[in-house]
Unconditional design. Structure first.
Length: 478
């Protein structure tokens, strides 16, 4: 592609995306399309010959854009994938053009420095000191995996990374944890049976009495406690575990405290509901996701560690083919030595640009608006004769359910699933369903700077209509 074609195509792409973002609210949130149709749409053999770039872009306009889930739409309130901020989008464009692999200093010196500064901003938000460190990851899944590996290595005196798991260990967390914790316990070699998923209280916070009992029972059985995973903003309700108390238990038992703040970390920027007193800085490691509530485009998660020497202890391998002969003074930071990944996308650029363009204050205002929207919906539902909330939302996630009929739980589950399906097909809103303490709920989570309070009013109106419609169908069998 020559320079002229690149410039022409680039301008066309920017115009296309600018129009897309300007009119995103006019689109259906979720495409009402058959998966088989999509499979057929892209069914073709591997292209052997080139095509004009303009033709390729036109094909994307025809086959991709109409069938996307428009997460930037103000009615998108489902999984925690926020609206990407525009400057972050530009950041990813630049990132791909420069193609800096910051796994090694020599493939991106300025990029390495920029990402280190971005990580420093995040550690300061958490409340960590100068000895803290971390790195950006693909998301909370990878960050929680790294957190569990750090816990495993630290508590075992770094024996397990050399000898493998030779004893029985246990990891303790809430029944409201993210599934990434289960996968991480498996991936670090403990086995999923080593996870203790503990019951929660009426506010969906882990019960300390259950934690104490589980640890005592494991010790009786010769099973060694390794790590407590606290939740700082659960996916379903935004619940925050009592980190101060978890720290005291971890200290007494000599185990690692990891806190999953992938979603809730955004509240560190809140003005109306500051959470700097919740003890997040007490954790040995923290997962936080800028691509969630900091509104950066995917992918940009982060693992933060109170003492960055733990990263080097767990990952510090230097193969000869990666030796930097010019690093005589050990000033060239090598991410591959201090992290799990070697080939690493320059994730820090879009996060750095987001903070520089909007500032922490503006992002905090967006976050506060989302929390206000959830609390507004809660206030409507709390006094509604036919709906009930699971709990008052401390963040933007809120679970509500229809109870305006004498239905058993199986029938209630059927109703909630069918209503969610109908709302999805309407194209006006998208949210998910979940289960809490054996009951089915609508899970609604605005994490979008385009969402307004009026959207919450509209959503409840649609839910009222659809719940009554589905209930009527269930009763008449039609």
């Amino acid at each position: 592609m020559n320079r002229g074609e690149f410039r022409e195509l680039g301008h066309r792409v920017v115009d296309l995306l600018a129009d897309y973002l300007e009119h995103i609210e006019e689109k259906p949130v979720f495409p009402n399309v058959d998966p088989k149709m999509l499979t057929k749409l892209f069914a073709e053999p591997l292209p052997q010959d080139p095509s004009p770039a303009g033709k390729v872009l036109s094909e994307l306009e025809e086959k991709l854009l109409p069938y996307c889930t428009h997460v930037g739409h103000p009615g998108y309130m489902g999984l925690i994938t926020p609206s990407p901020n525009p400057v972050g989008i530009i950041g990813d464009f630049i990132c791909s053009a420069l193609n800096q692999n910051i796994g090694a200093f020599t493939i991106g010196p300025a990029a390495v420095a920029m990402e280190r500064r971005t990580v420093r901003w995040l550690t300061e938000l958490v409340g960590y000191g100068e000895n803290a460190g971390g790195n950006l990851t693909s998301g909370g899944m990878m960050a929680n995996f790294i957190g569990l590996k750090l816990a495993r290595d630290s508590v075992s005196g770094d024996r397990i990374q050399q000898e493998g798991v030779q004893e029985r260990w246990a990891v303790y967390t809430s029944e409201e944890r993210h599934v990434s914790v289960d996968k991480a316990v498996d991936a670090v070699g403990l086995g999923r049976a080593a996870l203790r998923a503990l019951p929660t209280d009426s506010e969906f916070r882990v019960r300390l009495d259950a934690l104490e009992s589980a640890i005592a029972e494991d010790r009786k059985r010769g099973i060694r406690p390794m790590c407590i995973v606290g939740i700082f903003g659960s996916t379903n309700t935004g619940a925050i575990d009592p980190v101060h108390e978890l720290r005291a238990i971890a200290d007494r038992e000599g185990i690692w405290l990891h806190t999953d703040a992938a979603y809730g970390g955004g509240m560190l920027l809140s003005h109306a509901w500051p959470m700097s007193d919740q003890g997040l800085e007490l954790a040995d490691s923290v997962t936080i996701d800028p691509h969630k509530w900091f509104y950066a485009p995917l992918d940009a998660g982060a693992i933060l560690v109170k003492d960055d020497r733990r990263l080097t202890a767990s990952f510090g391998l230097k193969p000869s083919y990666l030796t930097d002969e010019f690093d005589r003074t050990n000033e060239r930071y090598q991410y591959y030595v201090h992290s799990f990944e070697q080939s690493r996308r320059f994730r820090g650029l879009k996060v750095w640009m987001s903070f520089k363009r909007y500032g922490a204050n503006q992002i905090g205002e967006w976050i506060d608006n989302n929390v206000r929207q959830a609390k507004h919906l809660y206030s409507l539902v709390a006094k509604h004769p036919e709906f009930e909330p699971a709990s008052e939302p401390p963040m933007s996630a809120i679970c509500i359910r229809f109870r305006g009929a004498d239905l058993d739980e199986a029938q209630s589950k059927e109703l909630h699933a069918e209503v969610a399906k109908r709302v999805e097909q309407s194209g006006k809103f998208w949210f998910s369903t979940t289960e809490l303490k054996g009951k089915m709920w609508f899970r609604i989570c605005p994490v979008n700077f385009r969402t307004r309070t009026e959207h919450m009013d509209q959503l409840l109106t649609i839910l009222e209509l659809e719940c009554h419609s589905v209930l009527q169908s269930m009763r008449t069998g039609k």
